[in-house]
Design a protein around this ligand. Structure first.
Ligand SMILES: [Zn+2]
Ligand SMILES: [Zn+2]
Ligand SMILES: [Zn+2]
Ligand SMILES: [Zn+2]
Length: 280
């Protein structure tokens, strides 16, 4: 199913014709496509979608390449010497997870300002407010900024840095967005952490997610269309929504749905408490 079993990164001479600042080299990735290796520029990787080789008219799974060069080392805060994201990260298009984490750091008011700077109309923001009035503010903030990304032809971390600066917000918020987390997993054997959680654990957990279903789904890389379908299907039944989200996630192939991954997602959305009393 996933045709990619190996990749190469090559360094080639920069062509200064492109819009961005000159770099000493450009990084390209190669995947086994049809019968040969096809190359593409690193910023052609878009979140949650395969790379389409136009020569062979074939989709190639490249999701993990994105993870490979965008996650920073886990630590609590930026060091005083941190200069922010590297060139390569700046050229990337933020994924749903990244946007969710960013707006999670902003008040609804600040997020509204951010979205409007990205071209959201006031009436569009108000429509979202109406549509999401029964959900937590983090859901509203997320859909608004996701909508901005959808409107824009070229939405990168670099653009986010510029807008954050205009709003006098620290661009180190983006370092946090890309940084891995190290939740407290003491007492859980490593084998258990690296295995898929049991169905019983998933069911027990569903009862403790409350109204953070959508936040959890985004953090677990469930795509927006699927989330919307589940929300529509189960309307106000949050427990049913959460159960289905966790079922879908547990059947994913990439990345492998391990207990550790789930715990990291819970840590990210502030729901570590939901693990209390669970036996793994
Ligand atoms: Zn480049
Ligand atoms: Zn190809
Ligand atoms: Zn930083
Ligand atoms: Zn923490």
């Amino acid at each position: 199913m996933h045709g990619i079993c190996q990749f190469y990164s090559t360094l080639s001479d920069a062509q200064n014709s492109s819009g961005h600042q000159p770099m000493p080299f450009e990084i390209e990735f190669g995947v086994f496509c049809k019968s040969d290796i096809c190359f593409f520029h690193h910023n052609e990787i878009c979140p949650n979608s395969p790379w389409f080789c136009s020569q062979h008219r074939k989709n190639n799974e490249v999701g993990y390449l994105q993870a490979w060069f965008s996650e920073k080392e886990p630590s609590d805060k930026c060091l005083s010497t941190c200069i922010g994201l590297g060139r390569m990260a700046l050229e990337q298009c933020p994924s749903d997870k990244h946007l969710r984490r960013l707006v999670g750091e902003l008040s609804p008011g600040k997020c509204r300002e951010l979205a409007i700077k990205f071209g959201l109309e006031v009436n569009e923001w108000e429509n979202f407010e109406y549509q999401f009035q029964f959900q937590i503010p983090d859901d509203l903030k997320f859909v608004a900024i996701q909508f901005c990304r959808g409107k824009s032809r070229d939405f990168t971390f670099r653009m986010l840095v510029r807008v954050l600066e205009k709003l006098e917000l620290s661009h180190h918020l983006l370092c946090k967005v890309l940084r891995d987390v190290k939740p407290d997993v003491s007492g859980i054997p490593e084998d258990t952490l690296n295995s898929p959680p049991s169905n019983k654990v998933l069911l027990d957990l569903s009862n403790h997610i409350g109204n953070s279903t959508m936040q959890l789904a985004i953090e677990l890389d469930i795509d927006s269309t699927t989330i919307q379908q589940i929300q529509y299907k189960h309307k106000t039944k949050l427990l049913e929504q959460t159960k289905e989200i966790l079922q879908i996630w547990s059947k994913k192939q990439h990345p492998k749905p391990t207990l550790l991954l789930l715990i990291k997602a819970l840590h990210r959305i502030g729901k570590m408490g939901s693990l209390r009393g669970l036996r793994f």
